[in-house]
Design a protein around this ligand. Structure first.
Ligand code: 1CP
Length: 354
């Protein structure tokens, strides 16, 4: 078994002492990197890239070869799960993901089933291959969409501006949406556990669209299923503890509820202040975030001052993982990313002296 050479990220998630604040970035592998675009065109398409073990491993490691990151994240997508359920995922150039068979009538919803995990074997193979390639450099994060966020895409048939179809189902035929969410929760639990068995050392649940819900609907349609998934996860595997990170975009108002979801850490977007967040939930969970991705379009001085502000806001001691509040924008200059990561490493040690 390989020794983990840098466990700072794992320690911060478990609020154990660290020497500096670890950093990784959502969407750290992706279109802003020219080497990613080159590998993607060799693969043929985004989906073929996800399904090719060797190339998925290559793009996962690309940002680590450029930057001093403290974690790697599996290269895949949250929509692999509905694809395995038979919804027919494809990507339309310039328009993003689309499903050929969205869940837009009762019959389609009733037919929905938890997929055979063999259909997602390519994801578990990628996890194994990335672990080997990492050779203990940093921990590997596995991930899934939340049951609710997956349902958004499954009902809409792709991305959406207002989620009209999803919300119509929620208010008109709630039992249909609950059927989708129950199926998704079971699928996501199995999917994450398989990733953990294959070698994922942390798992993150992307609840990108939780923030579109009203307070009451958030509890009924999102949080309930998040808790179900988290309580079904394997947290101790082969003698190691597997921390769970929950990122609900727009979830700042619900931090106390999210802190009781069973997750070890909460991802936060840029709308909350880390000092206030820590006061509210820092005794229960670690916090990950929360730089506005567009701060990377500012000057180096701006990046330095934002890093200082976030580190000062969180304050002294462990329990903070530096990250963006959402994924890297595809037009970001890679040099700015390098500057940010080095700034976190340069400026954070003084927040960890005993
Ligand atoms: O053209 C391309 O090359 C495809 C762009 C792309 C990439 C690089 C997509 C399509 N997915 C990904 C990879 C991806 N997706 C990762 C890889 C690991 C990394 O972070 O480096 C991860 C974790 C995701 C997760 C994901 N996919 C989320 C949750 C996180 C988030 O950004 O909110 C969501 C919502 C998706 C759906 C999706 N996949 C791709 C796109 C463009 C979208 C968004 C669609 C939309 O709502 O408009």
């Amino acid at each position: 078994m390989t020794v983990l050479l840098n466990d700072t990220f794992l320690r911060a998630l478990l609020r154990q002492p660290v020497d500096y604040t670890p950093v990784w970035l959502m969407r750290q592998a992706g279109r802003y990197l020219p080497e990613y675009r080159a590998t993607r065109s060799r693969a043929g398409s985004f989906l073929q890239l996800c399904q090719n073990t060797e190339l998925a491993t290559e793009v996962t490691l690309q940002p680590l070869d450029r930057f001093d990151l403290d974690a790697a994240i599996l290269f895949s997508d949250i929509l692999t799960v509905p694809d395995a359920m038979g919804l027919g995922l494809h990507f339309v150039e310039g328009e993003g993901p689309k499903f050929a068979h969205p869940l837009q009538d009762e019959e389609a919803v009733r037919r929905l089933q938890v997929p055979d995990m063999n259909k997602l074997q390519y994801v578990f193979e990628a996890v194994k291959s990335i672990r080997l390639a990492l050779d203990g450099r940093v921990p590997l994060i596995g991930f899934s969409g939340s049951p609710f966020t997956l349902a958004c895409y499954m009902v809409e048939g792709g991305g959406s501006r207002d989620f009209r179809l999803l919300k119509t189902m929620m208010y008109k035929r709630p039992e249909l949406l609950h059927h989708i969410l129950t199926t998704n929760a079971e699928a996501v639990t199995l999917y994450l556990n398989e990733q953990i068995e294959a070698g994922a050392q942390v798992v993150q649940i992307f609840d990108t669209w939780g923030g579109i819900l009203s307070d009451a609907c958030f509890v009924e349609y999102d949080l309930f299923y998040l808790r179900q998934v988290i309580s079904g996860l394997k947290r101790h595997v082969h003698g190691r503890q597997v921390p769970v990170v929950l990122f609900t975009k727009g979830g700042g108002l619900w931090l106390e509820k999210l802190a009781q979801s069973g997750a070890d850490a909460l991802g936060t977007d840029w709308t909350i202040n880390l000092h206030q967040a820590r006061e509210r939930v820092g005794h229960q969970v670690a916090l990950q975030g929360n730089l506005d991705p567009f701060a990377l379009f500012g000057t180096k001085e701006l990046i330095d001052s934002e890093v200082k502000r976030l580190l000062t806001d969180y304050g002294h001691g462990s329990g903070h993982v530096f990250n963006l509040g959402h994924g890297i924008n595809q037009h970001t200059d890679p040099e700015q990313i390098k500057y940010l990561i080095d700034a976190v490493h340069r400026l954070s040690p003084k927040f960890h002296t005993s």
